[in-house]
Design a protein around this ligand. Structure first.
Ligand code: PLP
Length: 490
């Protein structure tokens, strides 16, 4: 590895790994120790890094010190600190010591577990931890790996909805004829994540057959079952084929919860695949007091939550359960000669390559297993409860200030709020809220994001970073209040 050396590269040397690994862990541990010193939202300008890095890769080895110096001086300024205790934007993307160690172990083992035979432990551990989590969520037993159901780790909720949409599409086409693609209709509320729209584009669903049913404040942006039923009936009358419903437990904009049982009944009656997207809020449902929000999940065909959001498992780790694994594999499986092996041919094993888009897959179950073992279910429940308590603190602070209002009732750990409109001037109010958002985020002291609900610009404070404590929530509110009073009295 020395400069200009003619030695053959030995890229995995145990002793070098030990030395560099220790130094990298130290570097990361120091990062966490000082994370509050950085502006939460990176303040660099587009293209900043091109000006700082050379145009081509080095011809000869550089030292770890040189690289780490560049990380400090050039990379970190361009990092938005998702693990900062003052990160309240979007939804959280948790990291933890257990999740980090699991990632490290996965990188260390360096396996590619597409078929059972390529690393039996990878497939079997994934089945086991998904069963563990299904039990914690009290999912119906049809989602467990005994029988025809089971769980799989996808990279993202977007991949999860895509694979079940493909499964549902092919199942429908098998029954109604393969030339009927243009008749297939997808339903969801207008609050559903754009991941569904992307999945429809990829799956070839005609854009005019994607029904994004309107929601409003009267149901706190939850989908009304009557609206769904009416849309299905209208489509059937028009000779179309309703085949897929995506309901939400915890929408991205405002954590709206669709009524699963009522929607599921309609979907089941009409042989419509019923998918539940609980990407963020699913984690909360391991607490008995929040489990009610997925009541009705027994009517679903598939259920998804992102362990990488609010479950201390480093990105990426999106958990998908299905009741009928055959539907997935019938849509996604291939069986080329070069992958044939005895266990697969004898149908003795699960080959997760047939449950996902890519062939290759990482040993992601390790990090979820580490999280579950090193923290335990009770600690994880309390972790969630603590964030919800902090959200209540924030909600109360907002409610006490006459310049602000809570826009939708808080359910989990997201608070949707805004500056109240003066003289009912919504346009001016939207501008003020946009300005407040920019001012708060360019302070570097915290990071919040926004959305639009019924034309109102709404600020979102999503509490869920692992290091967030009450003092961070109170400090965040102080910054928001100060910036708002500056804006309002200008
Ligand atoms: N569904 C919901 C409810 C979300 O909030 C998000 C992202 O925040 C997604 C889906 C997409 O998640 P992913 O990035 O895992 O595809």
């Amino acid at each position: 590895m020395e400069n200009g050396s003619k030695k053959v590269l030995k890229p995995m040397d145990s002793e070098q790994l030990r030395e560099y690994g220790h130094r990298m862990v130290d570097f990361i541990a120091d990062y966490y120790k000082t994370i509050e010193d950085f502006p939460v939202l990176s303040q660099v300008q587009p293209g900043y890094l091109h000006k700082l890095l050379p145009d081509s890769a080095p011809d000869h080895p550089e030292t770890l010190d040189q690289v780490l110096d560049d990380v400090r001086s050039k990379i970190l300024p361009g990092v938005t600190h998702w693990q900062s205790p003052s990160f309240f934007a979007y939804y959280p993307s948790n990291s933890s010591v257990a999740g980090f160690l699991g990632e490290m172990l996965s990188a260390g083992l360096g396996i590619v577990g597409f078929s059972w035979v390529t690393s039996p432990a990878a497939t079997e551990l994934e089945m086991i931890v998904l069963d563990w989590l299904a039990k914690l969520l009290n999912l119906p037993k049809e989602f467990m790996s005994k029988g025809n159901g089971g769980g799989v780790i996808q990279g993202s909720a977007s991949e999860a909805v895509l694979v079940v949409l493909l499964a549902a599409r092919d199942k429908a086409l098998r029954s109604v004829g393969k030339n009927t693609l243009e008749k297939l209709v997808v339903y969801s509320s207008d609050q559903t994540h754009s991941a569904l729209q992307k999945a429809c584009q990829i799956a070839g669903i005609h854009p005019e057959n994607c029904r994004m049913l309107e929601t409003d404040a009267s149901t706190n942006y939850a989908l009304r079952p009557e609206l769904f039923q009416e849309a299905v009936s209208r489509d059937l009358e028009a000779g179309l084929i309703p085949f897929f419903l995506c309901a939400n437990v915890g929408t991205t904009s405002s954590t709206a919860v669709d009524p699963l049982a009522a929607l599921g009944k309609i979907a089941n009656n009409n042989e419509i695949w019923f998918h539940v997207d609980a990407a963020y809020a699913g984690s909360a449902c391991i607490c008995p007091e929040y489990r009610q929000y997925i009541d009705g999940v027994e009517t679903a065909d598939s259920f998804n939550m992102n362990a990488h959001k609010w479950f201390l498992t480093n990105f990426d780790c999106s958990l998908l359960w299905v009741k009928d694994q055959d539907s997935l594999t019938e849509a996604l499986s291939t069986n080329p000669e070069f992958l044939k092996n005895k266990a697969s041919q004898a149908n003795l094993v699960v080959d997760y390559k047939d449950w996902q888009i890519p062939l290759g897959r990482r040993f992601r179950s390790l990090k979820l297993w580490m999280v579950l073992r090193l923290y335990g279910a009770e600690t994880l429940k309390n972790y969630i409860r603590n964030h919800i308590k902090l959200a209540i603190v924030f909600e109360q602070l907002v409610s006490q200030d006459p310049n602000f209002e809570i826009v939708t009732p808080r359910i989990f750990s997201l608070v949707c709020f805004r500056i109240v409109p003066a003289n009912n001037d919504e346009k001016k109010c939207n501008n003020q809220n946009r300005k407040l958002l920019d001012a708060v985020n360019s302070s570097g002291k915290l990071f919040i994001s926004h959305t639009a609900l019924s034309g109102k610009i709404v600020l979102r404070c999503a509490i869920g970073a692992p290091l967030t404590e009450e003092k961070h929530v109170k400090e965040a509110w102080k910054v928001i209040q100060d910036e708002a009073s500056f804006l309002l009295h200008k």
